[in-house]
Ligand binder design. Structure first.
Ligand code: C2G
Length: 129
């Protein structure tokens, strides 16, 4: 089984997130999402609208997602990859190059972000089609 992992807050779930998860899953047979906890979001300077539990429940309802684990710190990626037997690490390309040190453990892929949608824009109430 080829295992893929991705990390994020996934707040106010939107189609940009779904397209990321769909593309990430396509690199293997099993997708783990490491979901930022509320405490880690505070460290990231992000305040999620929905709690970790609600964001976790929503992710678990997505057919591309096989497992959701907590992301509690920046430094857990290498040990997650090792412990879970991950072959592919995927992130949106707003993170381009930021996790290249993981290339010693697994494939690292940065996918193009979906344009014109973000949790921030939803929060600021921009009209959207
Ligand atoms: N994303 C995307 N297109 C968008 C918005 C988001 O492809 N329009 C992707 C991001 O690039 C990221 C994932 O969806 O790969 C989750 O986005 P966020 O919840 O904003 O993740 P972030 O806060 O960047 O957390 O340790 C890594 C961090 O936890 C990443």
């Amino acid at each position: 089984m080829k295992k893929v992992i991705t990390y994020g807050t996934f707040d106010l779930l939107h189609y940009g997130h779904i397209l990321l998860l769909q593309r990430a899953k396509a690199f293997g047979d099993h997708l783990t999402v490491a979901l930022s906890t509320d405490d880690f979001n505070r460290l990231k300077g992000k305040a999620a609208y929905f709690s970790y539990e609600k964001r976790k429940m929503m992710l678990e309802a997505i057919k591309y997602v096989d497992e959701v684990i907590p992301e509690t710190c920046w430094e857990q990626k290498a040990s997650d990859i090792q412990r879970l037997g991950i072959s592919v690490f995927v992130m949106g390309n707003d993170w381009e190059g930021k996790f290249d040190e993981l290339r010693s453990q697994c494939e690292v892929i940065y996918l193009a972000r979906t344009p014109d949608i973000s949790t921030t824009s939803i929060k600021s109430g921009l009209q959207h089609s």
